[in-house]
Ligand binder design. Structure first.
Ligand code: ZN
Length: 301
């Protein structure tokens, strides 16, 4: 059974970039006859606001992106994350880190506390011990992707100094608990995936299939996000926005249809393109379309 999910953070309203993510995961689930779950990723409590979660759910419902089962909220899952952390500690795969943000700055943690805390130092956070080299996986859009997690990411945070569990840990624990079989999300998370695969292996979870779709960018080339104030979706433009998001994903939808009709059309079009790609290449397609949309096709409207 296919189980997909959309996992927004409630740090702002749904914008064109997050509509693409919601739509892509919904389409892929529905075209495969699967379930589609919604999870509110409010693990980063200082940045999240409950009213944004309600707003996001209202927008999904208004657009006709209906989800299955109850919405999972990460702020109700702390015990599960704590239990996973304890298991990693027990397996010798987590260690305390005394470094401040400044000392651990930069892309990759140099491993200062790997062999034990410096004398007199107190634990501020907990890190995952990255052991071994490269992690590779087949991405359904991009094809083969691999990363040397030790040199590119290093030992990453599981429990932050402010007491919040890390995004990486929460996602892996929740995807396994919700029995997600297919993770469909933006390509900005491609480089997080090898860390999540390592964590999942360490916790004995089954690895889901991954698809990382291109992310929508603003005119200046940056990813559309709440942080750079991407505009909220205008309810008066629902059909236009759904049509534009479909076009972004390579589906040229008919004009003049309301959102729900567009969605029904898109489910069958998405399924047909995957079947065509699979029959052309034999087995799992690397990407459903001959060309991915480039940044110039990706502007928010
Ligand atoms: Zn440290």
């Amino acid at each position: 059974m296919y189980r997909g999910r959309f996992a927004p953070s409630p740090t702002g309203a749904l914008h064109f970039g997050s509509l693409v993510a919601a739509l892509c995961s919904w389409l892929d689930a529905r075209a495969h006859g699967g379930q589609w779950l919604v999870r509110i990723e409010d693990v980063d409590e200082p940045r999240c606001r409950p009213h944004w979660a309600d707003e996001i759910l209202r927008t999904l419902a208004r657009l006709g992106l209906e989800w299955d089962g109850p919405v999972l909220r990460q702020n109700a899952r702390k015990e599960a994350y704590r239990e996973a952390l304890e298991r990693l500690k027990g397996a010798g795969l987590a260690y305390p880190c005394a470094c401040t943000r400044r000392e651990a700055a930069g892309g990759r943690y140099p491993g200062r506390c790997r062999a034990g805390l410096p004398p007199g130092a107190a634990a501020r956070s907990w890190r995952f011990l990255v052991d071994g080299g490269r992690v590779g996986f087949h991405d359904r859009w991009h094809g083969w992707y691999e990363q040397d997690v030790a040199s590119e990411a290093g030992d990453f945070i599981l429990l932050r100094a402010d007491g919040c569990f890390s995004y990486q840990l929460a996602v892996v624990v929740d995807d396994a608990w919700q029995q997600v079989t297919h993770v469909v999300r933006g390509a900005d998370l491609l480089e997080s995936t090898p860390r999540q695969i390592l964590l999942g292996q360490a916790l004995g979870y089954e690895r889901p299939a991954y698809l990382h779709h291109p992310v929508a960018t603003a005119a200046d080339g940056r990813k559309l996000s709440k942080q750079n104030r991407a505009p909220a979706l205008d309810p008066a433009q629902d059909a236009e926005n759904v049509r534009a998001a479909l076009a972004f994903l390579g589906l040229d939808a008919p004009q003049g249809e309301p959102p729900r009709e567009l969605l029904a059309w898109a489910v069958s079009a998405w399924g047909a393109r995957w079947r065509a790609a699979a029959s052309l290449k034999g087995g799992q397609p690397a990407a459903p379309f001959s060309s991915s949309p480039g940044p110039n096709d990706c502007r928010a409207r």
